[in-house]
Design a protein around this ligand. Structure first.
Ligand code: TYD
Length: 132
C-alpha cells in the first residue's frame, strides 16, 4: 500500500478523434476496485466530503471540470490538491481526512474505492479522528 496521498497518472491514449483513459484492477492502482461513486451537480461554493476512512483506499478523479481536495492527516498536516485532468487521480490511503471544494461548473468527481460502502469505516468527527 502507498503510505501518502499522491497524484497517480493514468494511461492516456491520445487520438485525434478524442482521448481515452482507463483504469483496471491489476494496473496502476494499489488496490482492487470494490465500489465506484461520483459527485456531480455541486452548487457553486459547496463543500463535500468532511470525513476519513479507517481502512478504505480511494482514487479521486476529476472526470470533468475541476475541484480541490484538501487532505489532513492525524498530525494535522494539510495538503491541497487541485484536480483538473481526467488522466490524473489523487490516491488516498486510509486515515486521511478529506474535503472537496472549489468545484467548477459541471464538474464530476469520480471515486474508485477499495471497499463496499460501510458507515462503520467512517470518521465523521475530526476530533475523534485526530485522537484515535
Ligand atoms: P457522504 O459520505 O456524506 O458524502 P461525501 O462525504 O462524499 O460528501 O455520503 C452522503 C450519503 O450517501 C450518506 O447518507 C451515505 C450515502 N452513501 C451511500 O449510501 N453509498 C456510498 O457509496 C456513499 C459514498 C455514500
Amino acid at each position: 500500500m502507498i503510505q501518502t496521498p499522491q497524484i497517480i497518472q493514468l494511461p492516456k491514449i491520445q487520438d485525434p478523434r478524442g482521448n481515452l483513459t482507463f483504469v483496471q484492477n491489476g494496473g496502476v492502482l494499489p488496490f482492487e476496485i470494490k465500489r465506484v461513486f461520483w459527485i456531480y451537480d455541486v452548487p457553486g461554493g459547496e463543500t463535500r466530503g468532511g470525513h476519513a476512512n479507517r481502512t478504505q483506499q480511494e482514487l479521486i478523479i476529476a472526470i470533468s471540470g475541476s475541484f480541490d481536495v484538501v487532505v489532513t492527516d492525524k498530525a494535522g498536516v494539510e495538503q491541497r490538491f487541485h484536480l483538473n485532468r481526467s488522466y490524473f487521480g489523487l490516491y488516498l490511503p486510509p486515515m486521511q481526512w478529506r474535503s472537496l471544494d472549489n468545484f467548477s461548473t459541471n464538474s464530476v468527481a469520480l471515486h474508485l474505492c477499495s471497499t463496499p460502502y460501510n458507515e462503520q469505516d467512517y470518521f465523521r468527527d475530526f476530533t475523534i479522528f485526530k485522537t484515535t
